[in-house]
Design a protein around this ligand. Structure first.
Ligand code: GLY
Length: 360
């Protein structure tokens, strides 16, 4: 299988490399983007036994000084306590401004290690080594770093683009099916936003047959374009939040026990049904309403299309969503596959919209 490289034209620019065997070669592959330095690998208790030795060995053989920080796996640990421990670790290890953090893992690791890099010494380099489909197709690219606060998801963060992303598709082979489905939710989101061809394949249950590198490259290439045009989410990048307003509310209501992709899937289904019932979707001409196609694709992929939480609880949770601006919040509405629009609503309208979409 071939290795693909994509360039993200932000400041700084960086390369996303996608293909098999990349973790074993991460040392030499990072040399161009990150001159030899002290590399602090941040990873979690699930990923460390699988890949940490491979990464450390490759980095050391390439000439990097390497240290590693392992935190307990799970979104519940994406908080100020863990962030603070990572920062203390970087200081104890005497990392300097020319050193680098390597985020080895899924979305939680990438977001939190990226934020530690953004804060430490007012900002040092970091690289993303995603090991899940979710981090490969979405969170490792674009420079959003964050931790959760008690009030909600990703409420403290910074924009800092990585120096490089190495996406080893071999890692996807060890993923439990629920974790794979988590990433598939973000791929379905991308397809609904911009790729009717990909949506058709996903709709036909083809995801296991797709070349993972091509799937990831397609999603990253779309996202890279959006991020290049709107790095700080002033406009177009808000579209990438499709399904996320309700999704983040579900994560918060569940005390972060429902994984991100599963929550986004339910959020996407709820906003799609609400859009259909409120007359915001278009007939797509293929004998099915967009909302029905989205919901059946999510179900086929093993993802939820609803939630046990009430419209009131979800709307309450969404009040502290960072997408809120004063008394308004911008939601993303799927009109048809490949055509989504931003809709600014008053916060008081959100509960009724969620209620409209809640019932399956
Ligand atoms: N995950 C959405 C974004 O990066 O903007």
């Amino acid at each position: 299988m071939s290795i693909q490289t994509l360039r993200v034209h932000t400041a700084p620019e960086y390369t996303v490399t996608i293909g098999p065997g990349l973790l074993k070669e991460c040392g030499p592959r990072l040399r161009e983007a990150v001159p030899l330095c002290h590399m602090a690998v941040v990873t979690d208790s699930t990923v460390a036994p699988l890949y940490l030795e491979t990464v450390k060995t490759s980095l050391q053989e390439a000439g990097y000084q390497v240290s590693a920080y392992i935190f307990p796996a799970g979104e519940a640990h994406k908080n100020l306590d863990t962030l603070s421990s990572i920062l203390e670790f970087l200081a104890e290890e005497h990392l300097t401004r020319t050193d680098c953090v390597a985020a080895l893992g899924g979305g939680v690791t990438g977001d939190m290690a990226g934020l530690a890099a953004a804060l430490y010494l007012r900002g040092i380099k970091y690289v993303q080594l995603p090991t899940t489909l979710l981090s490969a197709v979405d969170s490792s690219v674009g420079g959003k770093t964050a931790i959760d606060l008690s009030a909600g998801k990703n409420l403290a963060g910074a924009f800092l683009q990585p120096a490089a992303v190495l996406c080893d598709t071999d890692c996807l082979e060890t993923l439990p099916s629920a974790v794979f489905a988590d990433g598939a939710a973000e791929a379905i989101k991308t397809a609904v936003l911009a790729d009717p061809g990909l949506f058709n394949s996903l709709e036909d249950g083809m995801i296991p047959a797709l070349d993972p590198a091509a799937l990831i490259a397609g999603c990253v290439s779309y996202k890279a374009g959006v991020v290049e045009r709107d790095e700080k989410e002033q406009g177009e990048r808000k579209l990438l939040n499709l399904g996320h307003t309700v999704g983040h509310a579900i994560e918060k209501c569940s005390n972060f026990t429902i994984p991100h992709g599963h929550a986004v899937a339910a959020g996407l289904a709820i906003i799609a049904r609400a859009s259909k019932r409120l007359g915001w979707t278009l007939e797509d001409g293929i004998n099915a309403w967009t909302a029905d196609r989205i919901c059946s694709t999510l179900s086929l992929t093993g993802l939820p299309i609803s939630t046990e939480y009430s419209a009131g609880a979800l709307a309450q949770a969404a009040l502290s969503d960072k997408k809120r601006a004063g008394d308004s919040i911008t939601i993303v509405v799927p009109r048809t596959i490949g055509d989504c629009v931003l809709k600014k609503i008053h916060v008081t309208e959100l509960e009724a919209i969620i209620r409209t979409g809640l019932e399956v």
